[in-house]
Ligand binder design. Structure first.
Ligand SMILES: Nc1ncnc2c1ncn2[C@@H]1O[C@H](COP(=O)(O)OP(=O)(O)O)[C@@H](O)[C@H]1O
Ligand SMILES: [Mg+2]
Length: 250
């Protein structure tokens, strides 16, 4: 089982759009996929028309894993399940703070799902918190959408520094360009300069597209209602780029 996450310190960069469409693309590729919506705002759950998770007590890793397990929902697409968001997730940091091995709890919880899924994909809230540190330690690949602007350069550099300072494996970070506007000169310049920040930059870039914004109207992944548009093809290419080096399922 491979654990992926859609993460950025910044909000509004395309994490949820990635998580929703990548989950769909993975399932198209025959990967049994579990999407775990860790953002209390619940946008990924909304796009998949899945209600908020039932509240559950988050006392320790065991009760959290049991709560997650009870809240697994089937999506409209066979082979893709969702653990929807839960307002209780806003207390994640508090709960994790009280636990032993507080940075490694999420990894332990996800172990439970190993027999049932090929991929777990987490949609993360923006920020850098104890939950984020759990995400970093639980993920094999951390996908970081980067809009090609100066501010994004800054936040990506902060994340890379954090990994170095905390001795986390930086090669797990896989930034990629998100919401790219090729006619925008600054975007083009940043796309030349930014990959120097990190050797793991993915080749695939997701274009800015009004089709993506319509996910809120359709309440399904872009790939399900506009399968051949440029952005949908980009999400599939990104999926292929990620899957290529992953080993066989275990
Ligand atoms: N490639 C894209 N092109 C155009 N709009 C996009 C694209 N990706 C995301 N959006 C829109 O930008 C907003 C923020 O995207 P979202 O995926 O929710 O970001 P995050 O999860 O990082 O906060 C949403 O309104 C979404 O529809
Ligand atoms: Mg989001």
């Amino acid at each position: 089982m491979n654990v992926l996450s859609a993460y950025s310190i910044k909000g509004g960069v395309g994490k949820t759009a990635l998580a929703v469409n990548l989950a769909y693309a993975l399932r198209e590729r025959g990967q049994r996929t579990l999407l775990l919506d860790l953002d209390p705002q619940g946008a990924a759950s909304f796009y998949f028309r899945v209600d908020c998770a039932e509240k559950f007590r988050m006392r320790n890793a065991h009760s959290m894993a049991a709560g997650f397990r009870r809240n697994v929902r089937e999506s409209d697409f066979p082979g893709l399940d969702i653990i929807p968001s839960n307002l209780a997730y806003r207390n994640f940091d508090l709960v994790l703070e009280g636990m032993a091995k507080r940075r490694k709890q999420l990894r332990a919880m996800l172990e439970e799902f190993k027999p049932d899924y090929d991929v777990i994909l987490m949609d993360c809230p923006p920020n850098i918190t104890l939950l984020s540190e759990n995400v970093f330690r639980a993920s094999d690949i951390i996908l970081v959408p980067v809009i090609p602007t100066i501010l994004s350069q800054r936040t990506l550099a902060q994340l890379i520094d954090f990994f170095r300072d905390e001795e986390l494996p930086g090669k797990r970070l896989r930034p990629f360009f998100s919401m790219v506007q090729k006619r925008n000169k600054m975007h083009r310049e940043m796309m030349n300069a930014l990959p120097e920040l990190h050797p793991g930059f993915l080749k695939t870039a997701i274009p800015f597209s009004a089709d993506v914004e319509k996910m809120g109207l359709h309440r399904k992944p872009l790939l399900a209602y506009s399968s051949a548009c440029e952005a949908a093809r980009a999400y599939r290419a990104l999926c292929n780029e990620i899957l290529a080096p992953l080993g066989p399922r275990s």
